[in-house]
Design a protein around this ligand. Structure first.
Ligand SMILES: [Zn+2]
Ligand SMILES: [Zn+2]
Length: 212
């Protein structure tokens, strides 16, 4: 398994490419708003994209999905509970001072417990609502190590904001405690923004996760 993460767009969304380089297949997590950068990395890896998935439907995570989908023909997926946010893209664009992106053909294939495949890869979907109603985390295991793409649900030393449309401060804590913290301590957490961390580090030191 090959995983690479890089920052895309003015809000610094982390895009990840998860690839089976032998099979030359990949899944793109949160393409964000910089199609040229994503395309350049996909070309360098020489992989075909089997799925485009989104941790949630804020504009900084879905901005160039339409272009990527046109170029790859891959299905693009969100969780159904975020569908209203995709309809709100023009409002999100106005609030962030960015252009309204083209509309992708988004399906609702992200359902808790399903797995998406690319070559030998299996990317499991966890519904982790709170930052948005349809926020999801994606889990993949390779060589005995687990990796979770946590979107804007869990950051190093912090958690996602819950003051935007449909945000829920109780739900995000429930999601993290019930779905993410049970993962093994050495699970690498790739956050939606900023540096990566591990589940063990966050369980021990994240001030937002102390049980009251
Ligand atoms: Zn974000
Ligand atoms: Zn967000």
């Amino acid at each position: 398994m090959h995983v690479e993460t890089f920052s895309v767009g003015p809000l610094g969304c982390n895009c990840s490419i998860v690839a089976d380089l032998e099979a030359k297949r990949a899944i793109v997590v949160d393409p964000g708003g910089d199609y040229d950068k994503v395309r350049a990395r996909l070309r360098a890896l020489d992989v075909k994209v089997d799925a485009i998935v989104h941790s949630h439907t804020h504009i900084d995570h879905v901005g160039c999905t339409a272009e990527l989908q046109r170029a790859t023909g891959a299905p693009a997926s969100i969780h159904g509970a975020d569908r209203f946010l995709y309809k709100l893209l023009p409002v999100q664009a106005a609030l962030t001072g960015t252009a309204v992106p083209d509309r992708a053909d988004m399906d609702d294939a992200l359902v808790d417990g399903v797995a998406l495949r690319a070559g030998a890869l299996e990317l499991g979907v966890l519904h982790t609502p709170g930052h948005t109603p349809g926020s999801c985390s994606f889990v993949v295991t390779s060589g005995g190590r687990t990796l979770v793409f946590a979107g804007d649900t869990l950051f190093r030393g912090s958690i996602g904001r819950t003051d935007l449309w449909g945000g829920d401060p109780d739900a995000i804590l429930r999601s993290i405690h019930a779905k993410l913290l049970p993962l093994p301590d050495d699970t690498l957490v790739v956050a939606g923004h900023g540096p990566s961390t591990t589940i063990g580090e966050e369980r021990a030191g994240n001030p937002f996760l102390r049980r009251r």
